[in-house]
Design a protein around this ligand. Structure first.
Ligand SMILES: [Zn+2]
Length: 120
């Protein structure tokens, strides 16, 4: 059961929506949930790390630093929306794998082909 249902990249961190619908803030070194406070680890943080979401976090405010992590997150969001609309099953890992392949010229049919391939 995935711990993270959705996420958003914000300045210096991520806001994640957990499987129970609660929202927490994850930074490169911590999660704001109670479990992390007690154990210095939690399912949200572990999963964010596994999915590579921690790599989306930059240490400076997005507005005055690199734009790319923000664009990357926006692109992942739009791929998620597109695949959902096409009723194609996908994982967060797939979204992360597809994102770097996307360019302005990528056709929707191409995205569907990539998304339905077994091995990327
Ligand atoms: Zn947590």
């Amino acid at each position: 059961m995935p711990k993270i249902q959705n996420y958003e990249v914000i300045d210096n961190g991520l806001i994640i929506t957990s499987s129970s619908g609660s929202q927490y803030r994850i930074t490169k070194s911590a999660c704001s949930c109670k479990g992390f406070g007690f154990r210095r680890n939690c399912g949200h943080y572990t999963e964010a790390k596994t999915l590579g979401l921690l790599d989306l976090i930059i240490d400076k405010p997005i507005s005055v630093f690199l734009q790319s992590p923000y664009i990357k997150a926006e692109r992942i969001k739009s791929i998620r929306y597109f695949l959902t609309k096409q009723k194609i099953d996908f994982t967060e890992e797939l979204l992360i794998a597809l994102e770097p392949r996307m360019t302005r010229e990528t056709r929707p049919e191409q995205l569907i082909t990539w998304a339905t391939q077994e091995n990327l």
